[in-house]
Design a protein around this ligand. Structure first.
Ligand code: PAF
Length: 281
């Protein structure tokens, strides 16, 4: 496993690896690796001769500087984890390497960023598109792997790839959960033991609501789910929406023949968590 910090070192290595190994799978990460990331890496290495992982906490996607500062960072531990995975190269650049000039590009996601994360974290998806497009340009992968936990992010990245006519195939991968249902996330590391207990309620709320689909009106289901979450005073709910998967707009009734998904964002203490579940019926 090669650890690379600069684009110039990367270019010749990628050429060599691709010539020897075939297609290149890419797993972009912000580090603080967990089993969710490892499942993306496994899927990449099953389908590609070469797998590259990036570790870069992208400053442009944090709309809150405090959140950026407290985001868990431990490169040494991450490299240690990756050394026992089938990863050929790790790209861990500095901000100056990724952004030699400030990135001023503004993306139009055709409304996909209007709700949920887009509404609660202004500028976040623009920063995600900036870094992912930049990493695609640098690494030139054939396929790139993203987790469905960030369901809206995945839709935004697909849109960005299509707007930019990118040849990279975007692969969405299922959420990996802890035994009590909590979706794996780097931010889980920031929870205190008590908060960690409360966090299990998020996936429980999604499961509970899933059982009521098509039985009670959408708005009642939203309210009931919010009430369930708020029975735990540690949880502050930012949103619970049931959205049409094709355009991410909230549905207001069950007369839909498209796929739908339940999406939640909460804050527990200072930690923001998101989760989602397939609600198609
Ligand atoms: O999902 C993430 O970890 C990040 O948003 C990504 C895609 C690596 C871009 O920084």
């Amino acid at each position: 496993m090669e650890i690379i910090r600069t684009i110039s070192e990367l270019n010749s290595l990628i050429k060599k690896l691709k010539t020897e190994g075939g297609s290149l799978g890419f797993v972009p990460t912000m580090g603080a690796l967990h089993d969710g990331h490892l499942s993306l890496i496994r899927q990449s290495s099953e389908k590609n001769g070469v797998t590259a992982v990036s570790i870069f906490v992208n400053p442009t996607q944090f709309n809150d500087n405090q959140d950026f500062k407290s985001y868990p960072k431990n490169l040494e531990e991450d490299l240690n984890i990756l050394s026992s995975c089938s990863v050929d190269l790790v790209f861990a650049p500095s901000p100056e390497e990724v952004y030699p000039e400030p990135d001023t590009r503004i993306f139009d996601f055709e409304g996909l960023d209007k709700w949920m994360e887009g509404e609660h974290r202004p500028g976040h998806f623009n920063g995600v598109a900036q870094v992912v497009s930049r990493l695609f340009e640098i690494i030139q992968p054939d396929m790139a792997y993203f987790g469905e936990k960030d369901f809206q992010q995945l839709a935004i990245i697909r849109k960005m790839a299509s707007i930019m006519n990118s040849p990279v195939r975007i692969m969405g991968c299922p959420i990996i959960r802890e035994p009590d249902g909590l979706a794996m996330s780097s931010r889980n590391k920031l929870l205190t033991p008590k908060e960690r207990q409360s966090a299990a309620r998020v996936s429980e709320a999604l499961m509970r609501a899933k059982k009521q689909i098509n039985k009670i009106p959408v708005e009642s289901l939203r309210q009931d789910t919010m009430n369930f979450l708020h029975e735990d005073p540690k949880i502050q709910t930012e949103y619970f929406e049931i959205v049409d998967e094709s355009d991410l707009t909230p549905v207001s009734d069950w007369n839909h023949n498209t796929r739908i998904r339940g999406c939640i964002a909460v804050a527990i203490g200072n930690v923001r968590l998101i989760d989602n579940m397939d609600y198609s019926f």
